[in-house]
Design a binder for this molecule. Structure first.
Ligand code: NAD
Length: 490
């Protein structure tokens, strides 16, 4: 049985209760984990608070070396970690490998920033000098969803640890196993690098218990949260009681616009990968496709050809391109959204059925689905469609496309395909989103800040910007001469 990991040791939950983790492709039991309680969480928070002084006093360069070593340990075990990730999450193993590499890359990115982490200074009046110190926030909670259980954890762990914070990680209830292994490896690097035990801890269990304790416990100074917009709103409300810092990475309904001058073959590939990667369960997946009328029919033909080739199956099979949905409820939700669209007049171009055959009987499989002529008031357009179904709409021109694309409560990513630089720039300016890709698939770069606008989130992860969300600045005034003691003030 996997266990929670607190102060460098594995623990059961205080009441001995467990949760089963099952493979979404087969229903088989993968492992059990402790069903952590509020007390278990408090223990982890206290341990993290005790480790804070020693960890934050290490030079950033040392903390950076720890992150680089952690990345090395994770890369060394890439294959085993990826296999475990596929078993608990369902994604094809080739995607699991990419996710493990992404985690390592993020740790390396922040490890590499260590030597440039500094505050500032300024000369003030009357012989005084001002210093701007960068201080860690303290104990940070990382609350992570099930769709990318380790890379999304890395987005929080990398900057938080570099800045001298200590952490309690709460993985999603259904995907704790790979995260536990990775936290253990990061801990190993910390201790080897001269850090104390308890810098990073992980408590498994329900969001309503473990997550809630992280939100409410006054020792926790910051919550890095990734998950649904509804849960994010709750996180923000509860955090307000303690004026806790929050970074919220929430839901999205990313539009993709294909103009009539676009490279249609490349755009069709990007639409297929962008919608069906991770079985459509990505915050940044393409969730609405807007096609210029003139190219709509030919583009749909190309897209159907791509989608037909997505081989469904158990993610552990090396040739699988599309795994199962993560849970039965998730599949039902997508089916209900497709049904709603069809009732409102949409036409199914491909899919909208469960695949047949013994291989699929026990998993939560759904054929990749394309629906066209979709009413903009359909659920699949207005809500976040977190699965393998894509609504396709025709538009007259760029104005029409941008207006429809922005008609959403979400504003996470967006993409536009055109060879016209004016159309590209106009889209980049007008699309209400934290990211716009032009003639590119949705790839996240550690070099660039990432975070949604509108109800897709608050604050940034990635980039040097993430550092601002894991530190406070503190101003210090040093008087070296006492030319004047005149005081004033705000
Ligand atoms: P979720 O909101 O249900 O759960 C996310 C995490 O919050 C889990 O660990 C869960 O246990 C925990 N949680 C639940 N209730 C809680 C509470 N009361 N207090 C504290 N923690 C609680 O989200 P999910 O279904 O796991 O993930 C899918 C969602 O995440 C989608 O909406 C997706 O778009 C979003 N997402 C966003 C990004 C991004 O970067 N913007 C990335 C990936 C996923």
């Amino acid at each position: 049985m996997a266990k929670t990991f607190i102060a460098g040791e594995f623990h059961d939950s205080e009441n001995g209760e467990i949760t089963e983790i099952r493979n979404p492709a087969t229903g088989e039991l993968v492992e059990t984990v402790p069903k952590g309680t509020a007390n278990d969480t408090r223990r982890a928070i206290e341990v993290a608070a005790r480790a804070l002084k020693k960890w934050s006093e290490l030079a950033p360069a040392k903390r950076g070396s720890v992150l680089l070593e952690a990345a090395r340990l994770i890369r060394e075990r890439e294959k085993d970690l990826a296999t475990l990730l596929t078993k608990e999450q369902g994604k094809p193993v080739r995607e699991s490998i990419l996710e493990i590499r992404r985690l390592a890359h993020t740790l390396e990115h922040y490890g590499g920033m260590a030597k440039s982490l500094r505050g500032g200074s300024v000369k003030l009046d009357n012989g005084r000098h001002g210093l701007i110190l960068r201080k860690p926030l303290g104990v940070c909670g990382a609350i992570v969803p099930w769709n990318f259980p380790v890379s999304l954890m890395g987005n929080k762990v990398g900057p938080a640890l570099l800045c001298g914070n200590t952490m309690v990680v709460k993985p999603a209830g259904t995907t704790p196993l790979t995260a536990i292994r990775c936290v253990e490896l990061i801990h190993q690097a910390i201790v080897q690098g001269g850090g104390p035990k308890g810098v990073i801890n992980i408590v498994t269990g329900p969001g309503s218990v473990v997550g809630e304790e992280l939100l409410r416990n006054p020792t926790v100074r910051k919550i890095g949260f990734t998950g649904e917009t509804g849960t994010g709103k709750h996180v923000m409300k509860v955090a307000a009681d303690e004026v806790k810092r929050v970074t919220l990475e929430l839901g999205g309904s990313d539009p993709m616009i294909v103009c009539d001058d676009a490279d249609l073959d490349r755009a069709a590939s990007a639409a297929s990968v962008g919608r069906f990667f991770n079985c459509g369960q990505a915050c940044l997946a393409i969730k609405r496709l807007y096609l210029f009328d003139k190219i709509a029919d030919v583009f749909m033909e190309k897209l159907v050809e791509k989608v037909k080739k997505l081989r469904l199956g158990n993610g552990l099979k090396p040739d699988t391109l599309l795994g199962p949905l993560h849970t039965a409820a998730q599949r039902q939700e997508i089916e209900a959204m497709v049904e709603d669209a069809v009732k409102r007049g949409a036409r199914v171009l491909w899919g909208a059925q469960r695949p047949k055959g013994e291989e699929y009987d026990k998993g939560f499989f759904l054929l990749p689905t394309l629906v066209t002529d979709v009413d903009p008031d359909s659920r699949i357009v207005k809500e976040e469609c977190f699965g393998p179904a894509l609504p396709i709409m025709r538009v007259k021109d760029l104005d029409d496309a941008l207006e429809q694309a922005n008609r959403s409560i979400f504003g996470l990513g967006s993409s536009v395909w055109t060879r016209d630089i004016s159309k590209a720039m106009e889209s980049a300016e007008r699309l209400e989103a934290g990211y716009t890709w032009i003639n590119s698939a949705q790839i996240i770069y550690d070099e660039l800040p990432f975070g949604g606008v509108k109800q897709s989130g608050l604050g940034k992860e990635h980039g040097s910007e993430a550092i601002d969300y894991y530190t406070e600045t503190k101003s210090v005034v040093i008087a070296t001469e006492t030319k004047s003691e005149a005081v004033g003030g705000e």
